[in-house]
Design a protein around this ligand. Sequence first.
Ligand SMILES: *Cc1c(COP(=O)(O)O)cnc(C)c1O
Length: 445
Amino acid sequence: MNHEQSRALYDRALSVMPGGVNSSVRAVRPYPFFVQKGDGGHVVDADGNRYIDFVMGYGPLLLGHDMPEQVQSAVQRHAAEGPMYGAPTEVEVELAEFVTRHVPSVEMLRFVNSGTEATVSAVRLARGYTGRDKIVVMQSGYHGAQESTLVEGEGDHTHPSSPGIPESFAEHTLTVPFNDPEAARAVFDEHGDDIAAVLTEPILGNYGIVHPVDGYHETLRGLCNDHGSLLIFDEVITGFRVGGLQCAQGKFGVEPDVTTFGKIVGGGFPVGAIGGKSEIIEQFTPAGDVFQSGTFSGHPVTMAAGLETLRYAAEHDVYGHVNELGDRMRSGLQDILEDQAPEYTVVGTDSMFKVVFTRDGPDTFEGHCEGGCQQRPECPRYDYCPKDGSDVKQAETERWERLFWPAMKEQGVFLTANQFESQFICDAHTAEDVDDALEAYKEAI
Ligand SMILES: *Cc1c(COP(=O)(O)O)cnc(C)c1O
């Protein structure tokens, strides 16, 4: 594969952008390929190389790179009529109505411009609503580039995980390992009256893909109820992907008080949203006192893209297609691992998938979770599969990144750049794409 153009572009980029990129995860070593264009479930780079794309913009592209007619014409019309106004438009109301109709816990929502902005606003809302300062997050959960959640450490011994964040910010953030109900109970025993909210992804999607163990979300729901704290589900990655239009909360049957959205809900354009019960969401200004505002919020082009994408998904059994291919991919990967690397774990659900290079596995594949790790206690892998982010971190991260990822890329398969980020099937992918990717896995693992 020739990468001359990409290398030259990266050379220029390094002079004018830190690390040559605008989001750190893109800075693949030794240099990333620059994308020239998308084509259905594929991307073509600046040197004309073609890849099956399972990155899908890191999650937003449910339909792939070609917008269906109805999405394209709505986007073009709204862009042509003047991209934005600083005054409300009908399309914001329509998208809000669509989301509230489909997501069980959401009666009302506020649109913003990124997932990060959504989680920042949700944390402020929870603190404003409860009059408390502390939030509980999962160790190695991801909620964007925001001050309150960029923390490391355990329980109430937390520190900022990045320079530039005052120590005093981390004092208000408590951490627990995902899937550990005892740790959650302990933190509530000690700090319950000061906890504004528990903020968690329903499935960890940015640190491996970690499925909840049975009853975990119910435990969090119960603890929040008992202590007057809010349960916030960060569905930026799972929203309109896991569980289809009802999102992961519908699939798991757990009702959070507040939900953050991003990615798919903007149909490939910058977006975020905070949704929940009216009584809570109405605390945002101007209805309430918790300040929230944004020049680009509810951007008509984004709203139109999101609305038509979701309408298209509702009308065309998109979820049936992507979830079926997800199963095909995950069970195909299981078969490959059984032969070649039985210690590795296939994770994911619906249209999300990943192979985590875990170091130990059971002696048998008899009766294990077929379509990716579901954290079933009866599965022979149960004691070996990753239960939280630190288990994923213990896996062969360097091998994944330095040997495996480049080997897949050389075979024309574009995966997310490290062991932690999820990969996605889109509506434009075909069974043949999945089978081609499986052949590449066979070579690369
Ligand atoms: C992507 C992501 C975010 C951050 O969203 P941005 O749009 O990148 O700011 C927050 N939370 C989760 C769960 C995500 O997957």
